[in-house]
Design a protein around this ligand. Structure first.
Ligand SMILES: [Zn+2]
Length: 321
């Protein structure tokens, strides 16, 4: 596997190219294994007249400016060095694309990656982080001595290769779930106050699932801190492959203590009646993940018995979205 890192300059002009200033790479026979070969090419910048703020700070900028190597020669030397190896890895995902963008600009054939391993994404999974981790931070986390400058492509490729030893196949295979939208993130904001584990409240038995969700017992919940009863406006549920959804999620608000997540689990008894079990959940990752999934599924809007009924046939749970 080839661990690749690039330094580039976007410039300020209208030429839409991240001009590569350095190709750095190391070869490993297995991920986390010893580095068996090193490639380094400093490239003379010729496309953009000015350097963007990131490029200005590169520790090796002087070496790039002084280099006599232009991109085509560097790319061909790198291709020869790769010697047909088509498995690439890097810290972050875009290096092969950036390399090929430059190849295209110079009329060179593209590098064909058979596999690309984003070790930054895999590392986030390995350490249970919910965001991408900067290379220097990962190096610090793993206690790797950071004796070489960062933002030098060879050094960064080397650090990345060393961090490969912390990763498993599982980490490499992991793909993050898409980030929730702003509205979703707001919907997920729950009270951070600690409260004791809440009992499960029985709701029912009722003739239909809707009655469990809509009945006074079903569509209210108590604040786990002060016991104040609050209404539930709607239940969200992940749409199952077949049959009725079993788990419904809702958020209710105590004016004093904030927003709380609760879950109703529905079950049908042998006599055909429906029972619900409702409980207030801690804002822990697993229930939050299920709630987020339910927000992408269906919604049952609660209707109290005392309120004016809508005209038309009563809709079954889940028909409104
Ligand atoms: Zn309260």
């Amino acid at each position: 596997m080839i661990i690749l890192d690039l330094e580039w300059n976007r410039g300020y002009d209208k030429k839409p190219l991240n001009e590569i200033l350095q190709i750095g790479a190391v070869r490993v026979e297995t991920l986390g294994g010893p580095i068996v070969d090193v490639f380094d090419a400093c490239i003379r910048p010729t496309v953009h007249k000015k350097f963007d703020p990131g490029a200005k700070k590169l520790p090796s900028l002087g070496a790039f400016k002084a280099s006599r190597t232009r991109f085509p020669a560097a790319a061909e030397a790198f291709r020869a060095w790769c010697a047909g190896d088509r498995a690439f890895g890097g810290w972050g995902g875009g290096d092969v694309e950036a390399l090929n963008e430059n190849c295209k600009y110079w009329g060179l054939p593209a590098f064909e990656a058979e596999a690309f391993f984003d070790l930054q994404r895999a590392f986030a999974h390995a350490v249970g982080a919910d965001r991408q981790i900067a290379l220097w931070r990962a190096v610090e986390y793993c206690g790797v001595p950071d004796v070489f400058d960062y933002h030098n492509a060879v050094n960064d490729a080397m650090y990345t290769a060393v961090l490969g030893a912390w990763l498993t196949q599982d980490d490499l295979d992991w793909r993050p779930e898409p980030a929730p939208s702003r509205g979703r993130r707001a919907a997920l904001k729950l009270s951070q106050l600690a409260f004791p584990r809440q009992p499960r409240q029985k709701v029912g038995p009722c003739q239909t699932p809707e009655e469990v969700l809509d009945g006074r017992a079903g569509r209210t919940s108590s604040c786990p801190l002060c016991g104040q009863r609050e209404g539930i406006a709607r239940w969200h549920f992940a749409v199952p492959e077949e049959g009725m959804p079993q788990r419904f999620y809702a958020v209710f608000t105590c004016p004093e203590h904030g927003r709380f997540l609760c879950r109703m689990t529905l079950a049908r008894r042998p006599d055909g009646l429906w029972m619900g079990r409702r409980t207030v959940l801690q804002a822990a990752p697993e229930p939050l993940r299920e709630y987020a999934q339910a927000l992408d599924g269906g919604v049952h809007v609660c209707r109290g018995k005392g309120r004016r009924r809508r005209r038309g046939p009563r809709r079954p749970a889940g028909s409104e979205r």
